[in-house]
Design a protein around this ligand. Structure first.
Ligand code: HEC
Ligand code: HEC
Length: 366
């Protein structure tokens, strides 16, 4: 949420009109047709791999709506100043572009760059270091993180249970008025699972609706050519359109500097294994033109910087991914022209339907 939005939101919640609005929302919610508790219908995703489902938390229409409200409600931060959307903006594919690090409660800087949020339902683990195994588990982190929302969960539960409208919503979604951290995380996770990006130019081309330009097609071929970009082992863009294998990898950003305590060890910081130091989750390249800056620490401001890095800036280290085959010569040595073609292809992964879809927007601003 932009400061402007935040201000207008705070203004809204201070006026008595809001009380009225909330009651109206509650009324609509209570009397909405039976479909509310029906399973949420996901879009037709023929060219996607099968979406994994969590039988313990099947999204329903009402559950997703509840999760959406919680995602946009600053009630889950210590001083009620920020919501999840403060660092995850829809227009930036739910990343915090163009911020390098995000600011949490009290202006504290987050340790890492906020990734975009989409197609999380296929994610095998959450965060750059994979420290949360599921989407549900992920939700616990930002709320209590002192650098993000800084609210302890018992206070969060109390606030939700004291609210004039959330208990009724929880009753309708989960059959109990008493919200606890598990149900709050389930509701937000239901909303997060619906954040599906499947309408980029590439998707439209795969569905035969449009054709890619010559340069875009050449960029695609260069990325998948093992003697050229050689990106395909990690960022899948052909048969598997998710844009990532979802694995962890050290792509050669740094050499062996990991003995310093201040260095971000990535996966190694979680598993404690030396062999995992410097490995980070391979990000999807979907919507990448919208989510600058790049990498876990936001070190590159532009896609040109990223392509320059893969061409000639790779560093050897003891945990480098063996799939970074060109590291011994500093990179793929792509010509400037080829780098531009790859960038042209990366722009075809932008999904303008996703970033303007009203079902993912701030429900308090409708
Ligand atoms: C203060 C800014 C901030 C707020 C507020 C915030 N996040 Fe994030 N979010 C981040 C940062 C930074 C990361 C990356 C952290 C990491 O990987 O260590 C992240 C990562 C994530 C991820 C992992 C995505 C992936 O692909 O691995 C998800 C999902 C997510 N946030 C959802 C949420 C939800 C839900 C909320 C609200 C309950 C929230 N965030 C609140 C900054 C924020
Ligand atoms: C061996 C696996 C691997 C290969 C091959 C690879 N990448 Fe990556 N890529 C990664 C990892 C891991 C990251 C995140 C690294 C980090 O932040 O520490 C990343 C990050 C990126 C990012 C930044 C995305 C973001 O949201 O911050 C872009 C863009 C990118 N890669 C493009 C490419 C291109 C183009 C190629 C081919 C020239 C390529 N990658 C080859 C593993 C790989």
């Amino acid at each position: 949420m932009k400061a402007k939005h935040l201000r207008s939101f705070i203004k809204i919640i201070k006026t008595p009109k809001t009380v009225y609005l909330f009651f109206l929302a509650l009324l609509l919610f209570s009397f909405s047709d039976k479909k509310g508790s029906d399973p949420y219908i996901f879009p037709d995703l023929e060219h996607f791999p099968k979406m994994p489902v969590d039988p313990e938390n099947i999204p329903t229409n009402l559950g997703v709506e509840l999760g959406r409200m919680l995602f946009y409600d600053p009630i889950l931060s210590k001083d009620s100043s920020i919501s999840c959307a403060f660092c995850h903006h829809q227009e930036a594919a739910f990343s915090n572009a163009p911020m390098i690090r995000s600011f949490g409660v009290g202006g504290q800087k987050t340790r890492r760059n906020s990734p975009g949020l989409f197609n999380l339902a296929w994610g095998m683990s959450m965060f750059w270091d994979g420290r949360a195994p599921t989407i549900e588990e992920q939700v616990f982190h930002p709320v209590r993180d002192p650098k993000e929302m800084a609210l302890n969960w018992s206070e969060a539960e109390m606030r939700i249970n004291r609210s004039s409208f959330y208990p009724t919503m929880f009753k309708r979604v989960f059959g109990t008025e008493k919200a606890d951290s598990i149900l709050i995380s389930k509701a937000i996770a239901q909303f997060e699972r619906t954040l599906i990006s499947s309408n980029s130019k590439l998707d439209q081309a795969i569905r035969g609706e449009i054709r890619l330009s010559e340069a875009e097609l050449e960029g695609f071929i260069l990325m998948n050519d093992q003697t050229k970009g050689n990106c395909l082992h990690c960022h899948t863009t052909d048969a598997d359109v998710l844009g990532t294998t979802g694995e962890f990898s050290n792509n050669g950003l740094d050499g062996d500097i990991y003995d310093h305590d201040t260095i971000d060890r990535g996966l190694g910081g979680i598993t404690g294994r030396k062999s995992d130091i410097g490995k980070f989750k391979i990000p999807s390249l979907r919507n990448v033109a919208l989510t600058s800056p790049y990498m876990h620490d936001g070190r590159f401001g532009t896609l040109e910087d990223v392509l320059e890095f893969y061409s000639s800036g790779l560093k050897m280290s003891s945990t480098i991914d063996p799939k970074m085959e060109f590291v011994h010569r500093g990179g793929a040595q792509l010509s400037k022209e080829d780098q531009q073609k790859i960038i042209a292809f990366l722009h075809t992964l932008t999904d303008s339907v996703f970033i303007t879809d009203p079902q993912f927007s701030n429900p308090f601003e409708d």
